[in-house]
Design a protein around this ligand. Structure first.
Ligand code: F0G
Length: 392
C-alpha cells in the first residue's frame, strides 16, 4: 500500500511512520494515499466493519482487531426530515475510538514499540487499554483527575493500563503525555497520531456503504477535533477514488462551555484561541485547546458545513429523548450531535427533504453517575405487593 505522511501546513512529505508532527514546521501530519491504490471493496452495504476497507488503511501487517466498526445506522423520528443515528457506542469498548485504535495499535506493533500512551477524557484511554491488552503492549494513561466518567476509568483499569489522574484539565494532560512519550519511547495514541485518524475515517465509508448514497449533513460532537477531521477525510477519499460525487456538510457541535472551534468558525478564522477553563456536563468534550483544530476548521469550511454550540441542558434533553423515544442509550457528549441537529432545525436551517446523519460517539453505560444525577436513584420499598403497587 502506497502512502506518505504529509504536513497539513508546509506540505512536506515523509516516508517515516514514526513521526507525528512535521520535522520541518511542527504542524500536524496526515496520511496521503497514493492515487494508484486499487480500491478492493464495494459499497454494497454488506460486511460492514473497519477492515472491510483495508485497501485504504495504511498498515503493512495483519491488524490487531476486536471486530470494531459495523455499527448500526438507526432511522429515527427525531426531525421533520430523514434523521439517522449512527451509534458508535456499540463498538467493542463502547466508543468510536476503537476504529482508530485498531489501526493505531497495529502501527505500534509495526514500529516495534513496547508501550503506548495517551491523555484522555476517558474513551481514548478505555479503548487504548483494551487494544493494548490484546496486543500485549504496556499502556499508560493520563487523565484529568475527577473529571472522567466512571465507566471509562473502570475500563482502562480492568484492561490493565497504568492510570494516572493529574490535577489539571485534558489539555495539560495531553501536553505532558506528548513530552513523556517522546522521552520514554511510548507510542502516542492521541489524535495527533495520523494513523489513529485513518481508522476513524471508516465512519464515512460505512455511512455511504449502508445508506447507499451520500447524506446532506453529518453532525457530530467535537472535542479534540480529530473525529470530524477523520470523517471528512474519509468522504474526501471516497470522492478521490471515484466512489462518490459529493461530500456532506460537516457540522461540528461543541458544548457552550468548551467551544474554541465554534468561536473560530464564527470569526472566519483558520485557527483557535485556546480556552483555559473549559467546562461542560459532557466531560468527553471538555477540551479548550483541541490539537486538531486546524484540520477540523478546514473540514468544516471545505465541506460548506458549520459549527454550533449547545448548552448542558440541551445536551441532557437530547440524551433523554434518544433514550426514551428511540431506545438509543448514549453518553452526554454523544447527545450533543442530536442537540445540535435540533438547534439547526429550530433555526430553520434544515430542509425537509434533507438526509441527516447524527453520530453518537459513546455508550450510555460510560457515564452512569450523570444518569443518576439526571434520573435520580431507583425507588426502594419493602418486598410487599401493596407497597410496590403504591409506587408503580
Ligand atoms: N464524543 C465522545 C464520547 C468522546 O469521547 C470524544 C473525545 C468526542 C466525542 C470528541 O471527539 O476529540 O475527535 O473531537 N474523546 C477524547 C478522549 C478526547 O480522550 O476520549 P474528538
Amino acid at each position: 500500500m502506497e502512502y506518505a505522511l504529509k504536513c497539513i501546513d508546509c506540505g512536506e512529505e515523509y516516508d517515516n511512520d514514526a513521526l507525528y508532527t512535521c520535522p520541518n514546521c511542527g504542524s500536524l501530519l496526515e496520511v496521503k494515499l497514493s492515487p494508484d491504490i486499487e480500491v478492493d471493496f464495494k459499497l454494497d452495504g454488506i460486511n460492514l466493519r473497519v477492515w472491510k476497507y483495508a485497501s485504504l488503511l495504511p498498515v503493512k501487517i495483519r491488524p490487531i482487531s476486536l471486530n470494531e466498526g459495523g455499527t448500526p445506522l438507526f432511522e429515527t423520528e427525531l426531525g421533520e426530515c430523514k434523521v439517522y443515528v449512527k451509534h458508535e457506542g456499540l463498538n467493542p469498548s463502547g466508543s468510536f475510538k476503537d476504529r482508530g485504535m485498531t489501526v493505531g495499535i497495529t502501527k505500534a506493533i509495526e514500529l516495534g514499540k513496547k508501550a503506548v500512551a495517551c491523555a484522555s477524557t476517558g474513551n481514548t484511554s478505555a479503548s487504548m487499554a483494551m487494544y493494548a491488552a490484546k496486543a500485549n503492549l504496556k499502556a499508560y494513561v493520563l487523565l484529568p483527575a475527577g473529571k472522567v466518567a466512571l465507566g471509562k476509568v473502570a475500563q482502562a483499569l480492568m484492561h490493565g493500563a497504568r492510570v494516572i489522574g493529574i490535577k489539571a484539565n485534558f489539555d495539560v494532560a495531553l501536553d505532558l503525555v506528548r513530552r513523556i512519550s517522546e522521552e520514554e519511547n511510548f507510542y502516542l495514541l492521541n489524535s495527533v497520531n495520523p494513523f489513529r485518524l485513518e481508522g476513524q475515517k471508516t465512519i464515512a465509508f460505512e455511512i455511504v456503504d449502508e445508506l447507499g448514497y451520500v447524506p446532506d449533513r453529518v453532525i457530530l460532537p467535537v472535542g479534540n477535533a480529530g473525529n470530524i477531521s477523520a470523517i471528512f477525510k474519509g468522504f474526501s477519499e471516497l470522492k478521490q477514488f471515484g466512489l462518490i460525487d459529493e461530500i456532506p456538510k460537516m457540522v461540528g457541535v461543541q458544548a457552550e462551555g468548551a467551544s474554541p472551534i465554534y468561536k473560530a468558525f464564527k470569526e472566519g478564522k483558520k485557527d483557535i484561541t485556546p480556552e483555559l477553563r473549559p467546562e461542560t456536563i459532557a466531560t468527553a468534550i471538555r477540551i479548550g485547546n483541541p490539537v486538531n483544530a486546524r484540520k477540523a476548521l478546514r473540514a468544516i469550511y471545505d465541506s460548506g458545513g458549520t459549527s454550533i454550540t449547545v448548552t448542558d441542558d440541551e445536551i441532557t434533553n437530547a440524551q433523554i429523548t434518544l433514550a426514551t423515544k428511540e431506545g438509543i442509550g448514549v453518553e452526554p457528549a454523544s447527545a450533543a450531535s442530536v442537540a445540535g441537529f435540533k438547534k439547526l432545525e429550530g433555526e430553520g436551517e434544515i430542509d425537509k427533504d434533507e438526509t441527516i446523519v447524527c453520530i453518537t460517539t459513546g455508550h450510555l453505560l460510560k457515564d452512569p453517575e450523570t444518569v443518576i444525577r439526571i434520573c435520580g436513584e431507583p425507588i426502594e420499598v419493602e418486598a410487599e405487593l401493596d407497597m410496590i403497587k403504591e409506587v408503580l
